[in-house]
Design a protein around this ligand. Structure first.
Ligand code: GUN
Length: 297
């Protein structure tokens, strides 16, 4: 059997187009554009690429993009002052502080300073708590994107066995909460899990977010399962000196067994920015008091 490929790139493109339509309607209703502020501290090359992509996507969706680039010598107090200013700036609906931060800055203190109602990354403990108890809040973009792909593929997820491999605050834990919210039977596996192949073999849904290239083997996958690969790992390519991107799942083998699988690249990756725009759109509606049709996107 050969799995269906879940085209995250196409899904994300469609989501971005739907966000852009709703942005146009919001602008007409509120007489302003939704605004996203992105703060980048330092020169980390990967972060610079992400921030540039976020800026471009924000503009393309018809939103305002506010970029704040600070030197890598920025002190924690200086960064907190920027965040506090953004908290009280009415033209800013969403605030994202790009991670990682330089070592002199405590990431937890910075995230705790962001107004939870502008925390479109969903990293603030208030939003983690809201997710845990099923209240309205902001959900981290990558796991919410994974859930959208799963629901598009499978429809109702209730009663399905799901395994999330990885327990990070950004992906693993919120992913497990979201699946629980959909009435899945959820297992969170991690580096200390005993007999991981056996745990994975029982799952109808596998979400891999461990950051280890091709760790999840094809013969661990239950036939027909839906596999979501969050990993983006750079490894040596076929030609000397060249590299390539691979996921946390052995795609070649798993795609012979799974019912559906996300590729790397072109699977989960493009969903993150699309969901960030969606979260910013929701934030703008809430802050401006413009009704937002629940579940519309
Ligand atoms: N660094 C890598 N991914 C992300 C993300 O989704 N949000 C933030 N704030 N930083 C990141």
């Amino acid at each position: 059997m050969s799995a269906d490929i879940i085209d995250g790139k196409a899904f994300a493109g469609d989501l971005r187009a739907r966000v852009a339509e709703k942005v146009a309607a919001f602008r007409a209703a509120a007489d302003r554009a939704p605004g996203l502020a992105v703060v980048l501290v330092g020169e980390d090359p990967a972060s610079q690429v992400y921030v540039r992509s976020k800026h471009k996507a924000t503009i393309e969706a018809g939103m305002e993009s506010f970029e704040h680039r600070l030197p890598d010598t920025t002190t924690q107090d200086e960064l907190l002052a920027v965040v506090r200013r953004l908290n009280t700036d009415d033209s800013v609906d969403g605030i994202l502080v790009q991670l990682p931060l330089p070592p002199q800055i405590d990431e937890n203190v910075v995230i705790a300073t962001i107004d939870p109602d502008k925390d479109v990354d969903g990293f603030h403990v208030v939003n983690a708590g809201r997710l845990a108890v099923g209240q309205h809040g902001y959900v981290p973009c990558t796991p919410l994107g994974c859930l959208m792909l799963l629901k598009d593929r499978l429809g109702d997820l209730s009663g399905l066995d799901a395994v999330v491999i990885g327990r990070s605050n950004i992906v693993g834990k919120p992913m497990a909460q979201l699946l629980l919210g959909e009435s899945c039977t959820v297992t969170i596996a991690h580096s200390r899990t005993r007999d991981l192949p056996d745990v994975v073999k029982r799952a109808d849904i596998v979400v891999a977010a461990v950051g280890r290239p091709e760790m999840i083997r094809g013969d661990w996958i239950k036939p027909g399962a839906t596999v979501i690969d969050v990993g983006i790992n750079r490894v040596p390519g076929a030609e000397p000196g060249k590299t390539k991107l691979v996921g946390d799942v052995d795609f070649a083998a798993a795609s012979q067994v799974a019912g559906a699988i996300t590729p790397v690249p072109g699977g989960v990756g493009p969903m993150t920015i699309a969901v960030l725009l969606r979260n910013t759109l929701v934030a703008a509606h809430r802050r401006a008091g413009v009704p937002y049709a629940k579940g519309s996107i």
